[in-house]
Design a protein around this ligand. Structure first.
Ligand SMILES: Nc1ncnc2c1ncn2[C@@H]1O[C@H](COP(=O)(O)OP(=O)(O)OP(=O)(O)O)[C@@H](O)[C@H]1O
Ligand SMILES: [Mg+2]
Length: 318
């Protein structure tokens, strides 16, 4: 997994640990008149840690977080139903994440994979992220083995297909991408028990992909849209990233950072939170160079405080 804070397994509590359905241990069946404490079930599944980390680590994205919580509730209730012998049938959890670059799609998919694992939906909970080139070969006969190899790696987790619409080329009906789509469709239908497929990309292109591929569209149960971040959200994301990396803004840097974000947002190839991360990386470089150039003594404050010049040297101000 990612090794991010908030993702460690909770240490075992006193007494015998709860059965781990994700590890294939069956949950004990219940008599018809049993009563189940759902809060207890939730804490046994350790799903709240992932949900709480999602809330704490990611700014905004309220509709995304709500949908993920709904899915978690469904899987939890299904687990309890199963213990009463009520067969719900496995819900379809193939999804489509639409949004501009840097809106958090990959980050949410990683956490989703972990959550599905903890709730016993998939065996391993890893994420395999691919694009067209990982699935589609250049020559006849190369595509099926490539796609099957990727599917094999992804089994037990989440297969994340970035810019999935490149699999389909409307202008070329003999494109090998079609072969990959056919294989994916089969596995999405028949091996739903151990694999979740997430298609990601821009909303408009995904819509036309689905229009030309109704089979794919009908197998996607959840369409989740990741909106562009508002200026206040970008600022909050920046603060979160700096806090995680042990930096703060000097009071006089605050308006400069905000002005930086406003200008960057208006420029080409703006990529939401990813651009914020890149801006902070560059500010760190300038900060370090500045300290080394000054070559005097440094204290803790100097090592952690970003000054206006660390941002003002950026091209967006020229
Ligand atoms: N809401 C958020 N709060 C805090 N950090 C975020 C948020 N959204 C994204 N990030 C951070 O921004 C970076 C880019 O996010 P991510 O890679 O998930 O975007 P993406 O939508 O997958 O982009 P792309 O479409 O370009 O692949 C990551 O470092 C991630 O941690
Ligand atoms: Mg991504």
């Amino acid at each position: 997994m990612t090794g991010r804070p908030g993702f460690g397994m909770r240490p075992a509590e006193n007494g015998s640990p709860a059965p781990d359905p994700a590890a294939g241990e069956p949950l004990a069946p219940l008599p018809p008149d049993a009563r189940v404490d759902l809060a207890r079930e939730r804490s046994d599944a350790q799903a709240d840690e992932v949900l709480d980390a999602l809330d704490a680590d990611l700014v905004g994205l309220a509709p995304v977080k709500t949908r993920i919580r709904e899915i978690a509730a469904l899987l939890l209730v299904d687990r309890v139903r199963a213990r009463f012998g009520i067969d719900s049938g496995r819900p379809n959890l193939h999804m489509c994440f639409t949004g501009s670059p840097g809106t958090g799609k990959t980050t949410v998919a990683v956490r989703l994979a972990e959550l599905l694992h903890r709730l016993g939906y998939v065996r391993k909970g890893h994420l395999v992220s691919v694009t067209r080139d990982d699935l589609v070969g250049q020559y006849v006969g190369h595509t099926a083995p490539k796609t099957k190899e990727v599917l094999k790696r992804a089994m037990g987790g989440v297969l994340f297909i970035d810019e999935a619409y490149y699999l389909y080329r409307a202008e070329n009906e003999r494109d090998y991408g079609q072969e990959a789509i056919e294989i994916l469709l089969q596995v999405m239908e028949n091996q739903r028990d151990d694999l979740v497929v997430v298609l990601a990309g821009y909303k408009d292109r995904m819509d036309s992909f689905f229009a030309s591929n109704p089979g794919m569209s009908s197998r996607i149960a959840h369409h989740i849209d990741f909106p562009d971040y508002e200026p206040d959200e970008l600022e909050a994301i920046g603060r979160l990233m700096m806090r995680d990396e042990g930096y703060t803004l000097a009071p006089e840097t605050e308006p400069v950072f905000r002005a930086y974000l406003d200008r960057r947002r208006a420029r080409p190839r703006f990529a939401n939170a990813r651009s914020v991360r890149n801006a902070i990386e560059r500010a760190r470089l300038r900060h370090a160079s500045r300290l080394v150039a000054e070559s005097g003594e440094v204290d803790r404050a100097a090592l952690t405080t970003l000054l206006p010049d660390d941002f003002l040297a950026s091209r967006v101000f020229s």
